[in-house]
Design a protein around this ligand. Sequence first.
Ligand code: MN
Length: 283
Amino acid sequence: MTIQKSRTVETLVEGRATSDGAGVKLTRVLTGRLQQRLDPFLMLDAFANEHADDYIGGFPDHPHRGFETVTYMIAGRMRHRDSSGNEGLLQNGGMQWMTAGRGVIHSEMPEQEGGLMEGFQLWLNLPAKDKMIPAWYRDFPSEAIPQLTTPGGVTVRVLAGESHGVAGAIQRTATAPLYLDLHLPAGSRFEQPLPAGHNAFVYVYRGEATIGGSTVPVRRMAILANDTQADGVEIESGADTRLLLIAGQPLGEPIAQYGPFVMNTEAELQQAISDYRGGRLAE
Ligand code: MN
């Protein structure tokens, strides 16, 4: 398959250094102001901490309602426990996909006392009709994530969606998420078809990429323009590069967020807060 015309880079985003949970240092790459532009994606956090002090507090018990969280670990070990009785260890190259639906209370705690902890958490919205579905959760250890190598030597881990005929670990109908982790050796090139109406972005976490003539440096998100003439994206790398390519079908529905709850209206947020305080969130 060949791309006739590649999307270009609309904006480069640096993200905002912050901390969350019990003092975990991270970069919020996709922030609230980009939620409409990157619909159906609500948040992307990147963390890469060498020092235990910057992650050891973890994310003690907290609630979610109305969307899905996707945690992808490059390095490190995190233990997940939730109110549905699920428990799992997420480590090196593994992914956890959690559909909060009507509600879940969970903790995400480091299970290491030193060394690098690196990974990403992506929030994917649910359509209004699915926001109150039962919570769902699954762990994918590294070896359970479908992977391919292109003839040009690019390694593609297919977390969600489909690439080069390989179906990913997860498929979703309403948002049709594509979530790829790409490893491009120096001097390689990669092509991926993308439906014109889908919102798409790239996050480079090693090396440097070139998309439509623009350079995307390390630790930058490139929002890809929704050019109706473009049928996909072509990515080139001069150096050994690793990046995430993420795309999805916008829901076009109102977004109302209060911290860990993402619904369509203020009234639904008030209901979520009241359900949480009353112990009814995760029944
Ligand atoms: Mn959480």
